[in-house]
Write a protein that binds this ligand. Structure first.
Ligand SMILES: C[S@@+](CC[C@H](N)C(=O)[O-])C[C@H]1O[C@@H](n2cnc3c(N)ncnc32)[C@H](O)[C@@H]1O
Length: 282
């Protein structure tokens, strides 16, 4: 792409038109992102270890893990912080993610700590999940970046992987949060290096809200300062009402129940951005 492509861009971009999501699966991007996942300075990519630990306390209690060893499926697990915490408690876990650096790191931790966790590099839309799970988790609003068709597919595959009575824990965005976070005026910064590139570059971003379909589209342009080459990334985020979500998940063989209180979402400013939604496999 060239700088003239930025000037001549079509606004607003339509959902999914310029790509699905940020390039989690690109090797170099995933290495840079891994640093953010593991940073204990913020809760932006993964929660801090102490928040993950409290989330696993909550999940372990919910799924009956204080009474028996659990088999846990961690979907879009990132560096597997939840899986590793479960495994340190004696549960067995299987984590899937398409970020190569995250999966490599999770595997290295498994070996170093001699844990019963297993990780695989794959896309949860087509990876094999296995069977016999007591608990499956898809956390941190990641369900909101899939199309409704893909989300139904993931729910269907998860139902097939869970034991009857097993639980799927989803963590959707609270209503209004997607628009508030992703509808942003154009802005730019000059960076020596950053999440989107190791090289000096200019980063331009802007975000749009499509009220008719309740979706946000965020777009980034990375302009390399030496070559002037432009790379475009885009992410679509879908807002679902709770009623829509319940209908979509229940159609795949679950009963959605009210989650117990006290989910530690770990938001830095204290305002809840996500809520727990628990579906029990029928
Ligand atoms: C916000 S991070 C959350 C990671 C982890 N679940 C946590 O809570 O710490 C989202 C993760 O979803 C992964 N991801 C996104 N789409 C995916 C897909 N289709 N298949 C596998 N992983 C995916 C990304 O690579 C990234 O690691």
């Amino acid at each position: 792409m060239k700088i003239s492509d930025i000037v001549n861009r079509q606004n607003p971009p339509q959902p999914w038109e310029e790509g699905e999501k940020i390039p989690w699966d690109e090797p170099d991007f995933s290495k840079r992102m891994l640093k953010e996942h593991l940073s204990q300075d913020h809760n932006a990519a993964s929660r801090r270890f102490e928040v993950v630990h409290r989330q696993v306390d909550w999940l372990e209690r919910l799924a009956g893990g204080l009474e028996k060893d659990l088999k846990v499926l961690d979907l879009a697990c990132g560096p597997g912080l939840h899986s590793l915490d479960f495994a340190r408690r004696g549960h067995s876990t299987y984590g899937i993610d398409f970020s190569p650096a995250s999966i490599e790191w999770a595997q290295s931790q498994t070996e170093e700590q001699s844990l019963s966790s297993d990780f695989v590099h794959g896309d949860i839309r087509n990876a094999e999940f296995g069977t016999g799970y007591d608990l499956a988790i898809l956390l941190f609003g990641e369900m909101n970046v899939f199309t409704a068709e893909d989300l139904s597919l993931i729910a269907r595959k998860t139902r097939a992987a869970l034991n009857t009575g097993g639980m799927l824990m989803l963590e959707p965005h609270e209503p209004g949060v997607i628009r508030a976070n992703f509808e942003t005026a154009p802005s730019w910064s000059a960076q020596e290096s950053g999440l989107f590139s190791d090289r000096p570059h200019m980063l331009i971003d802007e975000g749009f809200w499509h009220d008719d379909v309740q979706m946000a589209v965020k777009r980034w342009y990375v302009v390399d300062s030496e070559t002037n080459e432009v790379t475009n990334y885009s992410q679509t985020v879908v807002e679902h009402t709770k009623a829509e979500l319940v209908k979509l998940i229940e159609a795949e063989g679950f009963t959605v129940s009210d989650a117990p209180g006290g989910w530690p979402a770990g938001n830095d400013d204290g305002s809840p951005e996500f809520y727990p939604l628990v579906a029990v496999a029928k």
